[in-house]
Ligand binder design. Structure first.
Ligand SMILES: *[C@@H]1O[C@H](CO)[C@@H](O)[C@H](O)[C@H]1NC(C)=O
Length: 724
């Protein structure tokens, strides 16, 4: 119930000139250049960063994926291209959509092979396509690809074995049309040489061998590189766990480095060696073999935080368990913002010289750590870099090593959208700024309309909770007629995820119009260690709601928000927190907007896809044993206590939170005579990707609050609200 992509990240700054005379206008009705149209016009979602180092180890080929709202939300594989005008070229064919649906959230849709070969998952059929990248090729229509796997299967998070010319990939089996919950996840080896040519599109004779099977989930197949790719490491877990609850890191020795994989009945995961996660209560993720020492690195939360561990593998590791050491013991989470939600996540990397590069976040600011991990024991020669003492962005992740001491990453700041940077770590000492290679936005907004977040800590039921407060900000306006602005509280999706302080036009849209915004990292959020993350165990619908309410009240007490105009919104799991806060705590918020939120937990328990089908066991309780609790915590069951206006926005093709959730909620609100409006968007799944729908969703929400709170929205859309 998470949002797996970033959109609406827009805009770098241009020098803002404060107007001499500010107009005095009610909060909410300020005019802003950050329009919904501007947000989508020049913005893309950036992700899937990958660097391929040339054979001679000198030249880097830098790839990433762009989610383009202007092209119907299509995902395009791009390559950095110094010589072209916009410094990039499209690699995937013009009619393709590079996106995998494994676990519905996907991730790791592209696998890079040798000799300019790459393999990508095509969204429409979920087949793996083989593509040869010719160096001359720009985004010409001659770029073509051929399917190499049969339909009925999904693939993700692959790794290419050049010796065997084989891809090791996570495969999700949808053939024979199983119920969504009954699909089979495995790790397979796909022989890339047996695929058919374009002339014959029958791709069913690709030789595929199951390498790991028998558990509910598999992720991150990673081949050792120091011993002729003989060992395969991977992550696996079973229902009812989610990857941040309990997983295992396992290793299997492959038959030999010969061309063809033969498992000889050894594909069952039970016959593979557990390297970490034996106690069944530890989350282990992101395995990566050290390119020189052959040690197996991974993140694990066994210390109470996601720290990085190193397992030194004995010759016969299946009888002598490896010794693991926490290389950077710290009370901070490594591994990226929300590890486990999508495949292909990797929060640390190794430079060519073998040094470890990793990031963690401290009070909303990313810290980059570079350390020597070649010696036995913890890391040595530890260097730290952050925005505070260098020119790095404030928040970043997904570090990827290039040739030499080159490091690539996606990063952003409160005033800069997500961008792709290259940073030479040999230059770092000389304080050279990272070089910008690509941006998620071409738009520029004046700095006078950019609100800068401040991290706040506030008291709540279980101690402290956290959030980012954004004051209303627009150099052209003031408001002297009202004592405090309306406040929009945002509840992030997940719920096991976190808010980001990287420039988000979807927040600035509000603050530049005179709203205060509070983006809450309620109990259960990632980035504050295991205990904080586990606050939500069996307590979803309690802790998160307590915290969003406590955050709103805190700002009211500080006179930063108007008690009578507190509103809340959230997508996905955040939509549930939104509906729950309105239903169960009707003394705090006066209006709300649920974007594809959950109204009925019971229906979700029966309805959602495999990956999350048992998520609620941990968040609420086992079903159906705890059915009473499910009912108690379902906003739909509390229509009696619902009293304030609610806007519902929903994608019609959503498999994660199906449309019936919004429809049922809408019916109930209609019957109770509560002002409400339901908007269903065609061709949208979980989260909106099409420009026109992203725009309409934002403008509808503003129009909704305008009508409910009675302020004018200059140039706003006409929204019909039922019961009003
Ligand atoms: C502020 O107002 C001036 C004059 O109307 C206008 O030209 C300018 O674009 C406005 N700035 C912003 C940030 O809206």
């Amino acid at each position: 119930m998470h949002l797996s992509f970033l959109v609406g990240a827009a805009a770098a700054l241009v020098g803002g000139t404060m107007s001499e005379k500010k107009s005095d206008k009610p909060y909410g009705s300020w005019e802003s250049p950050i329009t919904s149209k501007a947000i989508t016009a020049g913005s893309v979602g950036l992700g899937g960063l990958k660097v391929v180092i040339d054979d001679d180890g000198k030249e880097d080929k830098v790839f990433w994926t762009e989610m383009r709202p202007q092209e119907g939300g299509r995902y395009v594989l791009c390559q950095y291209d110094e010589s072209s005008d916009n410094k990039k070229k499209d690699i995937s064919p013009p009619d393709s959509n590079v996106r995998t649906r494994v676990h519905e959230y996907g991730g790791g849709a592209v696998t890079f092979g040798a000799d300019n070969l790459l393999f990508f998952s095509e969204f429409t059929t979920q087949q793996l396509h083989k593509l040869t990248v010719t160096t001359k090729d720009t985004c010409s229509s001659s770029t073509s690809s051929e399917p190499m796997t049969p339909t009925g299967y999904r693939f993700a998070d692959g790794v290419y074995d050049a010796t065997r010319k084989t891809i090791f990939s996570v495969r999700e089996d949808h053939s024979n049309n199983p119920a969504p919950k009954d699909v089979v996840n495995e790790i397979v080896a796909i022989d890339t040489t047996t695929t058919t040519t374009t002339a014959s599109k029958d791709s069913s004779n690709t030789v595929t061998v199951v390498v790991a099977t028998g558990n509910d989930f598999f992720a991150a197949p990673r081949l050792s590189t120091t011993d002729a790719t003989q060992k395969l490491a991977y992550i696996t877990w079973n229902h009812p766990n989610m990857p941040w609850d309990a997983t295992q890191l396992k290793v299997v020795t492959l038959s030999s480095a010969s061309r063809h994989i033969v498992m000889d009945g050894m594909a069952h995961t039970d016959s593979h060696t557990v390297i970490a996660g034996v106690d069944g209560d530890t989350s282990v993720l992101q395995p990566l073999w050290h390119p020189h020492t052959g040690d197996l690195f991974y993140i694990s939360d066994e210390s109470g935080f996601y720290n990085i561990y190193k397992a030194t593998m004995p010759q016969d590791f299946s009888t002598t368990p490896p010794a693991s050491v926490n290389v950077l013991p710290m009370e901070f989470d490594f591994g990226g913002a929300a590890p486990g939600w999508s495949l292909g996540q990797q929060g640390f990397t190794f430079l060519q010289d073998g040094r470890l590069v990793a990031t963690y976040t401290k009070q909303g600011i990313s810290i980059l750590v570079v350390a020597n991990v070649a010696e036995p024991g913890p890391a040595t020669q530890i260097q730290e870099f952050s925005a505070e003492d260098s020119t790095l962005p404030r928040q970043f992740g997904g570090v990827v090593a290039g040739s030499g001491t080159a490091l690539y990453f996606l990063g952003g700041s409160p005033s800069t959208p997500t961008c792709l940077y290259k940073w030479d770590l040999s230059d770092a000492q000389q304080q050279q700024p990272p070089v910008l290679l690509a941006s998620s936005s071409s738009l520029q907004f004046p700095s006078s309309v950019i609100s800068t977040p401040q991290q706040i800590t506030f008291a709540t039921t279980l101690g402290n909770a956290y959030g980012y407060y954004y004051p209303p900000t627009n150099g052209n306006y003031t408001c002297t007629t009202e004592s405090a602005p309306p406040l929009l509280v945002k509840a992030h999706g997940g719920p096991t995820a976190c808010a980001s302080t990287t420039f988000n036009a979807g927040i600035q849209y509000w603050t530049s119009r005179g709203f205060a915004v509070l983006d809450v990292d309620y109990g259960g959020s990632t980035g504050y260690g295991r205990e904080y993350r586990r606050r939500l165990r069996k307590s979803w619908g309690i802790v998160d709601i307590d915290d969003v309410c406590a955050g709103a009240k805190h700002l009211v007490e500080q006179q930063l928000a108007d008690k009578e105009r507190l509103c809340i919104d959230g997508g996905s799991a955040g939509g549930y927190t939104t509906l729950g806060a309105l239903a169960f705590r009707n003394d705090v918020f006066k209006a709300g907007c649920s974007l594809y939120g959950v109204g009925d937990l019971t229906a979700l328990a029966g309805d959602t896809h495999k990956f999350e089908s048992r998520y609620l066991d941990g968040l609420v309780g086992p079903y159906p044993q705890d059915e009473a609790i499910y009912k108690q915590r379902s906003p739909i069951e509390s229509v009696d206590t619902l009293s304030c206006p609610i806007l519902l926005l929903q994608g019609m093709e959503d498999k994660i939170v199906p449309p019936n959730q919004a429809e049922t909620m809408h019916q109930a609100l209609l019957q109770k005579g509560i002002p409400t409006c339901l908007k269903m968007y065609e061709g949208e799944q979980h989260g909106f990707r099409k420009a026109e729908n992203i725009q309409d969703a934002l403008d509808s929400e503003l129009a909704f609050y305008g009508k409910v709170f009675g302020f004018d929205v200059p140039g706003g859309i006409d929204l019909k609200i039922d019961n009003m």
